[in-house]
Design a protein around this ligand. Structure first.
Ligand code: FAD
Length: 388
């Protein structure tokens, strides 16, 4: 707040206090920048892209080796966040990247691991069954086991980021939606129902609302409705973390991923979900009710590949992916307003990178010489558009 003018002026305003916005807030706090974060809902809520308690973190990254340095940096920063706050956010259970015959997910994970010397073990289906008795996959399945993988507790992570940012002087205002923003050479103006704020820089981290907030950029974003399921198991023992690492699997049953039963989620069932698929959605009119028949693909996967998972659904949650055409994120400056930086299109796999993304967004906002990694830049779509 700039008391001399009576206006609320900040060096940086962050529009959207969800996953990436709170990570940017912590980074701003560490740099001693008294920023403002505006969030339309509460801090940690179930209306955006971070609902459902847990998120997988993987380092042997099948999507592309280019993500490995980013997840390593994020991992270091999650560990630093734990040290700063005393909260446990990263649960390192190890992880399996599995593939059925004719699918290459496990090999792509291995390629990333080999490229960046990420520790891994290569297993066939028989070895998977031997080590992890809940699994019933045939011998011809392949798996890349990475001991660094695990899951992040969403509530603990985001609450810790918010607390650490506030502790360092960042102002976070929940339940205050940005209704409009304006940028010109003189700076930024953001309007809410309660106030008008000005700033030198704006960072937009609006998740599924990014397409609306950044309408002038023509970002190639689509929003998908996704459902998470918690199934009752016959016996919890084979699904505890010591015997059941996090996993993501590609097979004829689609891309399915899941989590062990852990102390905090135990009793709610085994969390499984489909990474592939999803219906087009609008974040303002999202259907938040999920019917049992929508669980059929995941239930079918469990019946084929896992032993002891019942068809009784203990819990369900609806969430949104914001997709880009190539499923890589867009982290860049606004093409016409260099004082506006944004992170969008996290395509259903952004959470594990949050702390590194927050740092990158702040670098782009504060350092005119900073550039995003080319595979995450907005420019890659412009380049693709002029190719024949
Ligand atoms: C079902 C599901 C499973 C997933 N699993 C994984 C996983 O296992 N591993 C992984 O790495 N990633 C996973 N992801 C992806 C990851 O959760 C997302 O990429 C990440 O949470 C996106 O962060 P975000 O900040 O863009 O969105 P959000 O966390 O939703 O934050 C955006 C925020 O902006 C706020 N906002 C929007 N408009 C305004 C406005 N006008 N004014 C104020 N505030 C506003 C919203 O309220 C919201 O809080 C999953 C996602 C889903 C949906």
């Amino acid at each position: 707040m700039d008391g001399s003018t009576g206006a609320s002026h900040y060096p940086v305003i962050v529009l959207g206090g969800g996953t990436m916005g709170l990570a940017a807030a912590w980074d701003l706090g560490k740099r001693g920048i008294p920023a403002l974060v505006l969030e339309q809902f509460g801090i940690v809520h179930d209306r955006g892209s971070h609902s459902g308690q847990t998120r997988v973190i993987r380092h042997a990254y099948a999507e592309s080796p280019e993500y490995v340095p980013l997840v390593r940096r994020a991992d270091d920063l999650f560990v630093a966040l734990e040290a700063e706050t005393g909260n446990h956010v990263l649960h390192r259970t190890g992880g399996l990247d599995l593939a059925g015959p004719g699918h290459d997910h496990a090999r792509l994970a291995r390629l990333s691991a080999e490229t960046w010397a990420v520790p891994f073990e290569w297993l066939d289906g028989a070895e998977v069954r031997h080590r992890y008795p809940a699994w019933t996959v045939p011998d011809d399945w392949e798996a890349c086991f990475s001991p660094l993988s695990g899951f992040l507790h969403v509530d603990a992570t985001l609450s810790s980021l918010a607390a650490a940012a506030r502790q360092r002087g960042v102002e976070i205002r929940p339940h205050e939606a940005a209704r409009s923003w304006h940028a010109d050479g003189a700076g930024i103006r953001v309007e809410t129902d309660d106030a008008t704020y000005t700033a030198d820089h704006l960072i937009v981290t609006a998740g599924a609302w990014a397409g609306q907030i950044l309408a002038g950029c023509g970002l190639p974003l689509t929003v998908l409705r996704k459902v998470l399921w918690w199934f009752a198991v016959e016996d919890p023992a084979p699904f505890r973390a010591e015997r059941f690492p996090v996993f993501i699997s590609e097979s004829d049953a689609g891309h399915v991923y899941g989590f062990p039963l852990d102390a905090e989620t135990f009793g709610q069932g085994l969390k499984l979900a489909e990474h592939s698929g999803g219906e087009l959605a609008d974040p303002d009119t999202l259907d938040r009710n999920a019917t049992d028949d929508e669980a059929s693909l995941v239930a079918g996967f469990a019946a084929t590949c896992l032993g002891g998972v019942t068809t009784r659904i203990e819990r369900r949650a609806v969430c949104m992916y914001t997709m880009t055409p190539d499923q890589d994120f867009i982290i860049d400056r606004h093409p016409e307003r260099s004082n506006v930086t944004f992170g969008a299109g996290f395509s259903g796999h952004g959470f594990k990178f949050a702390t590194a993304v927050g740092e990158l967004l702040v670098n782009l906002a504060l350092d005119p010489a900073a550039t995003p990694p080319p595979f995450l830049s907005l420019e890659r779509f412009a380049v693709a558009a002029v190719e024949p």
